[in-house]
Design a protein around this ligand. Structure first.
Ligand code: EPZ
Length: 419
C-alpha cells in the first residue's frame, strides 16, 4: 500500500512539460494489434494503466520494447484472442481490445469488464454496435465471446457519445469491407489521436473530432511511428493546483483548445490565463471566487475527469458553487473526504452544492479513485497543516510522478510505502 503526505500553504510556481495522454495511449496500444507489424509510440506515459495494457498485449503474443522515449509493439506473431481474467479484471481498458481483436481475427473472448468505483460502466453500446457489424455476441457467465465469419461495414447512431464505444467501433471496422458510419460519435481529442494513428497505418478514416465519423475499410495496415499528445487532464490538474494555491504555473506541450472549458471555469474563479502556442499559464488569485453552475459533459463540455479536482478548488472559493456530474453515476465519493478536511459540500442527487469555507484543515483522508486522489492532493496543498492520503496507489494509474512534478513547483509532498 502507499500514502501521500501533502504539506499545505505553499503557492505553486514554475513550469512543467506534461506527460503523454493516458486515454490516448490505451486505445492506440490496442490499435497496434491491427497492422500485424511494428507500432512505435513516443511520449507514452509511464503509468500503471499502460503497464497493465502492455502485459495484456504480451499475453496475446505481442513483443514489447520499452524505453524512456518510446514503446514499440510488434504484433506480427500474435496468435491469442482470449484475454485472461487475471489481466482484464485489473483494468477496464482491455475493453478496447475487443474491437482490435475482432478487426484482426474476427473473434475475441474476455471476462465481462466489471464496473468501477465511479459507476457501472456498461458496454451495451459496444456490443450492440458489434452485432450490427454481423458479429455474434454471446455472454455466458462472466465471459463474453464475439465472433464473425464476415465482418461488414455498417451504420451506427450512438445514443450517447461514448468514448469507448466510438473507439471500439473504429478499431473493429478499419479492416472491415465496406463503409462504416458513426453518428453521435465522441469528439474527445483522444479519439482524434487514435484515428490519426490508424490513418498513419493506412486506414481511411474521416470526420474524427466531429460528431460523424466515416471509416472506409482497407485490406491491410502497415507499420507506423507516432508521437502521443500530452495528457490534457494531467495538465488541467496541475493548473487547478496553481489556481488553488494562489500560484503561477505554466504547463507545456498542451493545446489550450483541449482545456478550453476548464480554463473558462478557472477564469470565472478569478484566475489569470495566458496562452502562447502549446503553453498554458494560470495565475491564481489570493481568494478564488465561486462558480454558480458547472455541468460535466462529453467533449467539448467540461470534462468529468476534472470534476473532483475542481470540487477541491471550489471548497475554499468565496460563495456557493454547484457542480453537476452528468457522465458517471457515482463520482462524488471524494466529497466525503473533503468534508473531513472541513469542506462544506452537500450532495443533492447528481449535484454537489459547495459552500466555500475560510480554510481546510490537513488530516487523514482516503483515496477512492484516480481523479479523486488528485483532488485530495489539491486539497492538501490548500490546507493548513499536513494531509495524509491513504490508498494513494490509484494515482499511479494516470500520473507518472505527481510528487516529482509538484515538488518542481515548490510543493511539499512525499509518497510513503505502507505495509
Ligand atoms: C473514457 O471512459 C475514459 N477512459 C474515462 O477516463 C472518461 O471519464 C470517459 O471516457 C468520459 O470522457 C479511457 O479513455 C480509458 P464512456 P469510457 O464510454 O470510454 C455510459 C479517467 O479517469 N456508457 O464515454 O468508459 C457510461 O456508463 C477515466 O481517465 C453506457 O451506458 O467512457 C458512462 O456513464 C475515467 N454504455 C457514459 O456512458 C456503453 O456501452 C460515458 O462513458 C458505454 C458507456
Amino acid at each position: 500500500m502507499a500514502s501521500l503526505i501533502v504539506g499545505g500553504g505553499e503557492s505553486l510556481r514554475g513550469s512543467l512539460w506534461i506527460q503523454g495522454s493516458k486515454n490516448a495511449a490505451l486505445p492506440m496500444i490496442a490499435a497496434a494489434v491491427l497492422n500485424r507489424g511494428i507500432t512505435k509510440i513516443y511520449h507514452c506515459p509511464a503509468i500503471s494503466d499502460v503497464d497493465n495494457m502492455l502485459e495484456i498485449m504480451k499475453s496475446l503474443g505481442c513483443c514489447i520494447e520499452r524505453t524512456g522515449e518510446y514503446v514499440l509493439i510488434d504484433s506480427s506473431q500474435m496468435d491469442v484472442r482470449d484475454i485472461s481474467p487475471e489481466y482484464a479484471a485489473s483494468m477496464r481498458s482491455s475493453v478496447f481490445l475487443m474491437g482490435a481483436l475482432l478487426g484482426r481475427f474476427g473473434e475475441v473472448s474476455l471476462p465481462y469488464p466489471g464496473g468501477c468505483v465511479i459507476g457501472k460502466r456498461p458496454i451495451d453500446m459496444h456490443l450492440a454496435a458489434f452485432e450490427r457489424m454481423n458479429i455474434r455476441v454471446q455472454v455466458t457467465g462472466d465471459r463474453i465471446f464475439c465472433s464473425t465469419d464476415h465482418m461488414a461495414g455498417s451504420g451506427h447512431r450512438l445514443r450517447y457519445p461514448s468514448v469507448g464505444a466510438t473507439e471500439n467501433i473504429i478499431l473493429a471496422s478499419v479492416l472491415a469491407p465496406g463503409q462504416t458510419v458513426i453518428k453521435n460519435a465522441a469528439k474527445e481529442p483522444e479519439v482524434i489521436e487514435l484515428c490519426l494513428l490508424l490513418n498513419k497505418m493506412g486506414a481511411d478514416i474521416h470526420g474524427m473530432g466531429t460528431g460523424n465519423i466515416t471509416i472506409y475499410g482497407v485490406s491491410t495496415l502497415h507499420d507506423a511511428v507516432f508521437s502521443l499528445v500530452s495528457d490534457r487532464i494531467v495538465a488541467a490538474t496541475y493548473l487547478a493546483a496553481a489556481a488553488a494555491t494562489a500560484g503561477d504555473v505554466e504547463v507545456r506541450g498542451v493545446w489550450a483548445h483541449d482545456l478550453k472549458t476548464v480554463l473558462q471555469v478557472l477564469a470565472e474563479m478569478g484566475c489569470g490565463i495566458i496562452v502562447r502556442n502549446k503553453r498554458v499559464r494560470v495565475i491564481g488569485p489570493y481568494m478564488l471566487s465561486c462558480v454558480d453552475s458547472i455541468y460535466t459533459h462529453p467533449f467539448p463540455g467540461f470534462p468529468t475527469d476534472m470534476q473532483s479536482q475542481i470540487m477541491a478548488c471550489l471548497s475554499r472559493a468565496r460563495g456557493i458553487s454547484r457542480l453537476t456530474e452528468t457522465v458517471f453515476e457515482d463520482r462524488f465519493k471524494t466529497a466525503g473526504e473533503l468534508k473531513k478536511m472541513g469542506a462544506d459540500i452537500l450532495i443533492e442527487n447528481h449535484t454537489a452544492v459547495i459552500r466555500g469555507v475560510e480554510c481546510l484543515k490537513g488530516t487523514c483522508v482516503k483515496a477512492w479513485d484516480l481523479r479523486g486522489t488528485a483532488a485530495l492532493v489539491i486539497a492538501g496543498l490548500m490546507a493548513e497543516g499536513d494531509t495524509v492520503i491513504s490508498d494513494s496507489i490509484y494515482i499511479r494509474r494516470g500520473y507518472e510522478d505527481i510528487c516529482a512534478d509538484l515538488k518542481k513547483l515548490g510543493a511539499r509532498i512525499e509518497e510513503r510505502k505502507t505495509g
